[in-house]
Design a protein around this ligand. Structure first.
Ligand code: FES
Length: 281
């Protein structure tokens, strides 16, 4: 789609035009363009966002109540992190409580959110993503011992919570897959029944090799190096992350003594904070 084609405007039904106009102008910060500017015989007000989009408020005798079961029915605004801070200050000054995010504990790292309810009960989600949403986040667990090759069967996926990775044993060998979602640093889970990794933050799914499948176009989950010593003991280096554009079987470490991780074709990515050096898993 051309970048000149964009969402144009939205219409919100309100029961008291003056009251709602004040809310959207003084609390949300939109600019009033005028009254009764559109071909609608009901009282209306047109407001502008700081992009090219418009918000049209139309006064109606009765606004349908917000559905009691409709927790997901809402409008969303995406701001820059600076705009988000300004909006939060303005909302707090207007009497809204701080920390207005009912799902705060479920947010990905670097994802910020406020839920604002307008005078008629319409819910607006105001969102921003900080740089940390795409940072590479080491666990601090260092090099983690993961048992012996005799301990795992083909098909096993073992989560290491401290190291924030999964050790996946497929028929070719081992992959150590970083648990951080490549979309926005949500923490993925392994769903054994469905044979895939799932990120509960925005719904990304990755197969057992860490390859994304779906419509968001996420990169594959990152890899940590796996090392197998001559006695068959496995270790995973959580200090190093390798990004990849697609799964390559060459990066699977064979399940045999002395096997090493190949970095060929992989990009070592820089972690956000210094990692520790060693640890037991
Ligand atoms: S953080 Fe968005 S889907 Fe994982």
């Amino acid at each position: 789609m051309s970048k000149d084609i964009a969402f144009s405007h939205m219409v919100v039904e309100v029961s008291d035009l003056d009251k709602s106009e004040k809310f959207y102008r003084d609390v949300i910060g939109l600019d009033l363009l005028g009254h009764n500017m559109v071909a609608d015989n009901r009282p209306n007000a047109l407001l502008a966002m700081n992009t090219r989009q418009r918000l049209l408020l139309v006064e109606v005798p009765k606004v349908p109540p917000y559905p009691a079961s409709g927790g997901s029915i809402h409008h969303g605004w995406l701001l820059t992190i600076d705009q988000f801070a300004q909006a939060r200050d303005r909302l707090e000054a207007a009497g809204y409580a701080s920390g207005i995010d009912p799902r705060q504990t479920f947010r990905a790292v670097g994802e910020y959110n406020m839920d604002i309810i307008d005078p008629d009960g319409n819910r607006f989600q105001i969102q921003a993503f900080g740089e940390e949403a795409t940072d590479i986040l080491p666990s601090g667990a260092g090099v983690v011992s993961c048992g012996n090759i005799a301990d795992h069967a083909v098909g096993d996926v073992v989560r290491n919570g401290k190291g924030r990775f999964f050790l996946s044993r497929n028929e070719d060998g081992y992959l150590a897959i970083s648990a951080w979602c490549t979309h926005k640093n949500g923490v993925t889970v392994w769903q054994k029944e469905s044979w895939h990794f799932y990120c509960p933050f925005h719904g990304a799914k990755y197969d057992c090799t860490g390859t994304y499948f779906g419509r968001m176009g996420c990169a594959p989950m990152r890899l940590h190096p796996v090392d197998i010593d001559e006695a068959g003991n496995i270790s995973v280096d959580t200090n190093r992350f390798f990004a990849r554009s697609k799964h390559d079987p060459a990066h699977v470490v064979p399940a045999k003594p002395g096997a090493k991780f190949s970095t060929a074709g992989l990009e070592l990515v820089k972690a956000a904070v210094p990692a520790t050096t060693s640890s037991e898993g």
